[in-house]
Design a protein around this ligand. Structure first.
Ligand code: CTP
Length: 423
């Protein structure tokens, strides 16, 4: 293991050695755990260090934060803290703990425990290994056959009630299976199906499920886990009326293509919330009312809900107008400018009409964000008195600009002078 640690990028290695030094100063056993250890074995880059301390994890986190001059977020009720180092790098630090679930699908009761307890409470064997970064620096602690399962590409739960204790693990099993091209092993699969049959996904707090679903939709290739989840759950946990059909699959494929198109052609524009486009694609067949129910139940953020519903509320007449080959640039601008990029990409994925495709392309290419240079100050200089007339001038100028009649500030001025003279 030591060798794998030595081969890490300098920045990460330095963080690990700082944690090691702090552990030694305080005589505390400190371990790397969870996804970081898994990815270290797989040779997959992972910038989220996950550390468990046999002792006061919060105090350790505070000391490490001041040593590293990092921002710290404490989660006192769980005895955990997160250190934010850069937008890309963070360290999760926890007191090693025992958990027990007084009721299935509810949050566990947590108490301090040994490292072994902490590893046993985890979701899958491949996520339940630790590396000592204290006295026996670099020693692997693999009590549940995690390394063997990694080598045999298996997702295996730690005990048969795992999915009932925490049904979000159903989504996690699928996510890891498809991300690493592993297989959920037979007993684990049986337990997973049993938990689905018992409707455990309907019992769990919806926000927790939402967060795991978002993680699936944020995967590099979300279609694979989406289809596996359809096979195992039918997605009924999202809404009982939801039916993922061949048509939905076709739409999701098309969304994937359009997201790639956008990223390739407009890398400088704001980053897309791709996951939200996939979600809207999944919910496509639901009625507006049912979609509203999903948004409320899963408590999507306001901005997310707004985008989802703005798509749902698009009328047939809107699509008809956008599919016309005689549409004026001003109209394209008026139709699309109020919508989010996510909704526009989804429209492009869903409607294959060639005019609509071209109009959306033109929008991104030419009209999106178009503004005029002229301001109220310029109009005052031209002797126009402030009032509602200003807005009329601005609109006309923008229209002329969208139609390609004028481009530069000088041309805008000339254009406005003509309007004023005509009045
Ligand atoms: N974990 C768990 N049960 C859950 C969530 C998390 O047992 N429902 C444990 C796993 O050991 C996991 C660790 O907490 O490895 C960290 O969780 P998280 O950061 O969500 O996942 P990672 O394994 O780091 O995976 P990813 O690469 O997707 O971040």
């Amino acid at each position: 293991m030591k060798k794998l640690l030595e081969n890490l990028p300098e920045k990460l290695k330095d963080l690990i050695y700082q944690a090691k030094a702090l552990g030694e100063e305080n005589n505390l056993p400190v371990y790397l755990v969870g996804g970081f250890v898994r990815d270290l074995f797989l040779g997959v880059e992972n910038l989220d260090l996950d550390i468990v301390v046999e002792g006061d994890g919060i105090k350790f986190a505070q000391d490490l934060a001041s040593k590293l001059k990092a921002k710290i977020i404490r989660h006192k009720q769980f005895g955990t803290a997160t250190l934010i180092l850069e937008p890309q790098t963070k360290i999760d630090i926890a007191t090693s703990r025992k958990e027990y679930y007084p009721e299935p699908a509810h949050l566990p009761v947590v108490s301090p425990g040994r490292l072994k307890d902490d590893l046993f409470r985890r979701d899958f064997t491949i996520n339940a290994m630790a590396i000592d970064i204290g006295k026996n620096f670099g020693e692997l602690i693999d009590l549940f056959g995690g390394k063997r399962d990694l080598e045999q590409k298996k997702i295996r739960i730690m005990h048969v009630l795992s999915f009932q204790d925490d049904p979000t693990r159903i989504l996690r099993a699928v996510r890891f299976e498809k991300r690493y091209n592993f297989k959920i092993e037979p007993l684990t699969l049986r337990c997973l199906k049993e938990a689905v049959k018992k409707k455990m996904l309907e019992v769990i707090q919806a926000q927790r499920l939402r967060d795991e679903l978002i993680l699936i939709l944020k995967e590099k290739y979300p279609l694979k886990p989406i289809m596996r989840l359809k096979e195992l759950t039918g997605f009924k946990f999202l809404h009982p009326h939801l039916n993922i059909t061949k048509k939905t699959y076709g739409l999701l494929k098309s969304i994937e293509k359009e997201i790639n198109w956008f990223k390739k052609n407009y890398p400088q524009r704001r980053t897309l919330d791709s996951w939200l486009i996939y979600l809207m694609g999944l919910l496509d067949a639901l009625s507006i009312e049912d979609t509203e129910i999903v948004c409320k139940r899963f408590v999507f953020r306001r901005g997310e809900e707004k985008r989802i519903l703005s798509y749902k509320n698009i009328k047939k007449s809107f699509i008809k107008e956008l599919s016309s080959n005689k549409i004026k640039p001003k109209k394209i601008f008026c139709l699309l400018e109020p919508l989010s990029y996510e909704v526009i990409i989804l429209l492009k994925a869903k409607y294959k009409n060639l005019n609509l495709q071209r109009n959306i392309q033109d929008y991104f290419e030419i009209y999106n964000g178009m503004k005029i240079y002229i301001s109220g100050k310029d109009l005052r200089k031209l002797g126009v008195l402030p009032g509602p007339y200003y807005q009329k001038i601005f609109t006309k100028t923008l229209e002329a600009k969208l139609n390609g009649k004028i481009k530069t500030k000088e041309q805008e001025l000339m254009f406005i002078k003509k309007i004023i003279l005509k009045k």
